[in-house]
Structures are given as structure tokens and as C-alpha cells.
Design a protein around this ligand. Structure first.
Ligand SMILES: [Zn+2]
Length: 122
């Protein structure tokens, strides 16, 4: 498995934690949900006179388009990051725990509050 890296303001170090990405099906599901919402709106506007045609024309193509966008965004979501890291500025160990995050992922050391970025291999 590829290694994650912690970047402490330029000082990079290997991070022996575990991470879990979303599955393809979870990404598709997120996309389909958005598609469904747009078509639901389209369906509601069908019964509104005068605006129905134009709204229909907007919401119908927006369904698949939004699904594509949501799918691509969802693909980048990392479901879970767990691990123990060593802070280079105060030399203390601390737990890293993130859920449903997207790059760039930032955190800070609970002891000295120095910032770091978690770089997850793609
Ligand atoms: Zn620290």
C-alpha cells in the first residue's frame, strides 16, 4: 500500500497510518441521489403553468450533469484516516483521526498546535 506523508510546514515525514477511500459504488450512489433530486424538482414544476417548460428544460439536463460533478467530487473523499504521528517540533506522539475529508487535509498537533498537511497517495 502506498505511504501517506505528513507535511509539517515543509518538513515531510512518512506517516504509517491507514486510510480508506470511498468505493466506486458509494460515489455512484452519491451522484444518483443528486440526479434524483433534480428530476424530482423537474417533476414538481411540471404542474406549474408557464414556467414548467423552461424549468423542465433546465432541470432535466442538470440531473446527469450534477451526477457527474458529484461523482468526481465524491471520488476524492477519503472516508477515514487513522494513525499515530510524531510531531517534529515538540517530539510528542499524537493520534490522527479524520473522517470524510478531501485534499488538502490539514490538522494540528494537540500539544504545540503546529500545523501539518496529510498527503494521501492517489
Ligand atoms: Zn507538536
Amino acid at each position: 500500500m502506498d505511504q501517506m506523508v505528513l507535511n509539517f510546514e515543509g518538513k515531510k515525514q512518512d506517516f504509517a497510518g491507514t486510510f480508506q477511500k470511498r468505493t466506486r459504488w458509494e460515489n455512484v450512489k452519491a451522484g444518483l441521489k443528486t440526479w434524483g433530486i433534480f428530476w424530482l424538482f423537474a417533476l414538481l414544476f411540471v404542474f406549474v403553468p408557464y414556467v414548467n417548460i423552461s424549468v423542465f428544460m433546465i432541470f432535466i439536463p442538470l440531473g446527469p450533469v450534477s451526477m457527474g460533478i458529484v461523482y468526481l467530487v465524491s471520488k476524492k473523499v477519503i472516508r477515514e484516516i487513522r494513525g499515530e504521528a510524531l510531531c517534529p517540533s515538540c517530539n510528542s506522539l499524537f493520534q490522527v483521526s479524520e473522517n470524510n475529508v478531501r485534499a488538502p487535509i490539514y490538522g494540528n498537533c494537540p500539544h504545540c498546535r503546529c500545523n501539518f498537511e496529510i498527503i494521501v497517495p492517489s
